[in-house]
Design a protein around this ligand. Structure first.
Ligand SMILES: *Cc1c(COP(=O)(O)O)cnc(C)c1O
Length: 421
């Protein structure tokens, strides 16, 4: 039996309507920016496997660190025990995170990192004797698929069966120069008519919302207003974290820093799942008390798994290296040149970029998961480029290790598509 036939016997894939979806493509090997399927065909991973494998697949530097760790300490309960990889990782994270971040809490994925952030914010107020139960979030934001994170996600097309069970979330549009006054008015109205605990947001780039971008100065003002009202600000940097916007964290573009930051995806470089929620000393202190009841009773069995921590440490070492920083600059410059060349193309409506993220909207009508979307996806795959269109948006978010030659091939394949449409 082929891998595809065996896949269909017992597997249920995410985000997939199995009645109509084409068979899943078996990938048997990955190295650097390349993926290889079971027939030996190679593909450039233009989206770094959902923005995780930023230092390249099976990165040898990380592999060496992990294999050492695997032979030394594999797993230990993180309640009541500690270990060097977690300690070293916390030190390295605090060094690269915005200055106000002081404490590191572990979980397993982006959704749980946000779940933890939301729970921290709710309990922060609770511990101070205040019941605040409303969360503010952007329309069309995405924060994950567990209940709290899903409630905060505005991309609700697929949330129908669960909406009755959501926590209380009020939404504001993402700001731009035309709607900014409206957004502030709406924000102030929500604050004055609800007991708002927290504001959760993706800073500057909304990944799942087709790489929608907005300006730092507007977000800065929103964050200021939240601070003035003791609303805990939670930056969801699950996608934007670890260099993608051209700085280690997108929050660095603002002058008002968040109280809580959630991160995952590139944190563990595509090797293993792990997530971190960081927070300020002030948040942490609100949980200190002689009574156990004020503590944060949230745990995942694999919290701070030593192997995952060793991956994350190696990842941060790479991120901070001259080599990777030069590659990031190369990608930013190449995106700019590509944009200058194609942005006036008649099939393009708009383009946008931030750091290594580049996105363009096609000037055609199509559904997010419709037939045309699959045709465009097929065009890329046949040409050996793995890009996943989000509706009419085509975006590139390449691993930092991509070569100039590989990147040029990604651009060429997009230009071919534009000329064929
Ligand atoms: C991917 C993503 C999540 C969810 O992370 P999972 O690991 O898939 O649970 C949350 N927020 C943002 C911004 C993301 O990009």
């Amino acid at each position: 039996m082929s891998l595809q036939q065996r896949d269909k016997q017992h597997l249920w894939h995410p985000l997939t309507q199995h009645k109509i979806h084409p068979d899943a493509l078996p990938i048997v090997k990955a190295e650097g920016a390349l993926l290889y399927d079971d027939k030996g065909k190679e593909y450039i991973d233009g989206i770094a496997s959902w923005y995780t494998a930023m230092y390249g697949h099976c990165n040898p530097f990380i592999l060496e660190r992990v294999s050492k760790q695997m032979q030394t300490l594999d797993q230990i309960v993180f309640a009541g025990f500690t270990h060097e990889p977690a300690i070293e990782l916390s030190e390295k994270l605090i060094e690269i995170l915005p200055d106000n971040q002081e404490k590191i809490f572990f979980s397993d994925n982006g959704s749980t990192a946000n779940e933890v952030g939301i729970k921290m914010a709710l309990q922060y107020h609770f511990n101070k004797g205040e019941k605040r139960n409303t969360i503010i979030a952007f329309e069309d934001g995405f924060h994950g698929d567990t209940f709290g994170a899903m409630s905060a996600s505005g991309l609700s097309v697929y949330n129908g069966p669960f909406e009755d069970f959501f926590i209380d979330v009020k939404r504001i549009p993402t700001p731009n120069k035309d709607n900014f006054d409206e957004v502030l008015k709406s924000l102030r109205h929500i604050i004055s008519t609800n007991k708002v605990a927290a504001f959760i947001y993706e800073p500057l780039v909304q990944g799942a919302n087709a790489m929608h971008m907005f300006e730092a100065k507007y977000l800065d003002r929103i964050l200021e207003i939240c601070k003035e009202n003791t609303i805990i600000t939670i930056a969801d940097e699950v996608m934007t974290g670890f260099g993608k916007t051209g700085k280690n964290f997108a929050s660095e573009y603002m002058s008002t820093q968040p109280d809580i930051i959630s991160m995952s995806k590139a944190l563990t470089a595509g090797f293993v799942p792990m997530a971190v929620t960081s927070c300020t000393q002030e948040i942490y202190d609100a949980f200190l008390d002689d009574s156990v009841g004020k503590a944060f009773f949230h745990a995942h069995t694999y919290s701070a798994n030593p192997i995952a921590c060793s991956v994350a440490i190696a990842g941060i070492d790479l991120l901070s290296s001259e080599n990777i920083q030069e590659k990031i600059s190369m990608i930013i410059k190449s995106h700019q040149e590509f944009d200058d060349r194609i942005k006036e193309h008649p099939r393009i409506k708009t383009t946008r970029r931030k750091g290594v993220i580049y996105a363009l909207d096609l000037d055609i009508e199509m559904d997010r998961y419709g037939k045309k979307r699959y045709e465009i996806f097929d065009h890329f795959m046949q040409n050996g480029v793995c890009l996943r269109p989000l509706g009419k948006t085509i975006y590139i978010l390449p691993p930092y290790v991509i070569t100039k030659q590989e990147l040029d091939k990604v651009y060429q394949t997009i230009e071919q598509l534009l000329n064929q449409l």
